[in-house]
Design a protein around this ligand. Structure first.
Ligand SMILES: Cc1cc2nc3c(=O)[nH]c(=O)nc-3n(C[C@H](O)[C@H](O)[C@H](O)COP(=O)(O)OP(=O)(O)OC[C@H]3O[C@@H](n4cnc5c(N)ncnc54)[C@H](O)[C@@H]3O)c2cc1C
Length: 435
């Protein structure tokens, strides 16, 4: 075969995979449909330095980082009524949570370049349209130009609409209940104004902002402001099924958000430079939407496998961690000459039992319970009532993150009641909300 591994997609997951696999001595081809990695990519902006260091030990060294994130401000804005409440928090333990803001168009080029420097071959402007098969085994890919490229293992790191996942028969398109549509404005402002408005006052960094409330952030999602160096990333997103259910579209929500009295003054003096729209899977893939993230000669990572936390929409760390894990498993498989589904099954066992699986399960539980069973508006009312009574001190974000593994155990007990928890939450809401 021409290559040990063919990686489709030079995004966070594909480039992380390619770097680790090339460092371990595999012959890696990294294929990207864009003219350069990042050309087609978007995100809110936030990545995790502690996860990046699992791939590049001296990160961020010369990485194109826009801003260091010192913490967050979370606003709860119930409608109707003038009440709102705020939680703030800091990322204190940077070895555990080290958020950074990046501009993906630039950052993804640099990230893919790390794989190239490790020895991977990058082939851009090349769209993969199908897989090649020998009986049940995937033995490579077919490109739009008709090239057939063979490899012992094929990695689908090709995002939410993954050709590799679908053509390998691992999943169908994500249904509307598991797929969100996000809109993002890149809002240009000068560097000093951004520092003045979002600077944390603690270190050099900024505070990112998240707004929950039916009008400001959508009936089932949230509105964000993530400051970059010379622009701020503004955006929101909800499940496609929720746009149909509530009868509004992304532009309606976005117009409400940027004109909201809490937001408008902060954006004064800026203007739109770019508008991006992109889908994002918000699912727990093993809940029945995708039984296998591997097959004979194939594995899928990141958005292709639905590895985004459904409650906050963060998928960068899932893609990168899965890329690293799949690379380690590929090295062993190629060493032993066994790239069968039985061998690659270890990949799914490891990610589903580890951090990625826990985050996906908790994220989907919270999304179903909080944004659907209770509803964003009711939730915002509850939090506002609760906040004014008991919660005036800030959370340490890293402590919350460290609690996730234990939370998975507790929620595992409640999980069978996933669709029957509403009456209990309503009772809780009426108690804390005094309604
Ligand atoms: C608006 C928005 C905001 C977000 N904000 C955040 C955030 O702040 N923090 C966070 O952690 N996550 C965020 N996410 C989610 C995050 O962007 C994704 O989870 C993450 O990018 C997934 O990485 P990936 O490598 O799996 O896929 P992608 O980043 O989608 O990369 C896939 C790559 O494959 C290429 N490709 C696709 N199809 C083909 C093909 N057929 N042939 C060749 N190449 C192909 C694409 O061009 C792309 O380079 C956001 C998502 C959206 C839409």
């Amino acid at each position: 075969m021409a290559y040990d591994v063919i990686v489709v997609g030079a995004g966070p997951g594909g480039s992380a995979y390619a770097k680790i696999a090339a460092e371990e001595g595999l012959n890696v081809l990294l294929i990207e449909r864009g003219r350069y990695p990042g050309e087609k990519n978007t995100s809110g902006s936030t990545i995790w330095g502690n996860v990046a260091r699992e791939i590049i030990p001296d990160f961020p060294a010369d990485a194109p980082i826009e801003r260091v994130v010192d913490g967050y401000r979370m606003f709860w804005v119930p409608e109707p009524g003038p009440d709102w409440s705020e939680f703030s928090g800091a990322a204190r333990d940077k070895s555990f949570v080290d958020p950074l803001d990046v501009y993906r168009n630039e950052f993804d080029q640099w990230w893919a370049d790390q794989a190239v420097q490790a020895g991977a071959e990058l082939k851009t402007s090349t769209k993969v349209v199908n897989v090649l098969r020998e009986d049940t085994k995937i033995i490579g890919v077919l490109t739009e130009k008709g090239e057939k490229i063979e490899g012992q293992i094929t990695i689908g790191a090709d995002g939410v609409n993954s050709i590799i996942a679908r053509m390998s028969g691992l999943r169908a398109k994500w249904p509307a209940t598991e797929n969100a549509l996000c809109i993002k404005y890149d809002w240009v402002m000068d560097e000093k104004t951004i520092t003045d408005r979002w600077g944390s006052g603690m270190e050099d960094g900024v505070l990112i902002e998240v707004y929950w409330g039916a009008t400001i952030g959508g009936n089932a999602g949230y509105f964000w402001i993530f400051p970059n160096r010379n622009s701020v990333s503004l955006g929101l997103g909800s499940l496609m099924s929720d746009y149909v259910k509530y009868g509004y579209n992304t532009h309606w929500y976005m117009a409400n958000a940027i004109n909201h009295p809490l937001v408008k003054p902060k954006l004064k003096g800026g203007k739109i430079r770019e508008i991006h729209a992109h889908a994002i899977p918000l699912t727990d893939p093993l809940m029945g939407y995708m039984n296998y993230t591997y097959g004979d000669g194939v594995m899928v990572v990141g958005d292709a496998a639905g590895m985004v936390c459904a409650i906050d929409g963060a998928g960068w760390y899932g893609a990168v961690k899965a890329g690293k894990l799949a690379a380690k498993i590929s090295v062993k498989a190629i060493e032993t000459g066994d790239t069968s589904a039985d061998t690659l099954a270890r990949y799914q066992k490891k990610w589903s039992e580890g951090d990625i699986g826990k985050t996906l399960r908790i994220g989907k539980d919270l999304e179903i319970w909080l944004t659907h069973d209770v509803g964003i508006n009711e939730l915002a009312k509850m939090v506002t009532a609760f906040n004014s009574r008991a919660m005036s001190h800030p959370f340490d974000f890293s402590v919350i993150q460290q609690t996730i593994p234990n939370l998975d155990k507790i929620m595992g007990i409640l999980r069978p009641a996933r669709f029957g928890i509403l009456p209990f939450l309503e009772l809780f809401g009426s108690l804390v909300g005094g309604r």
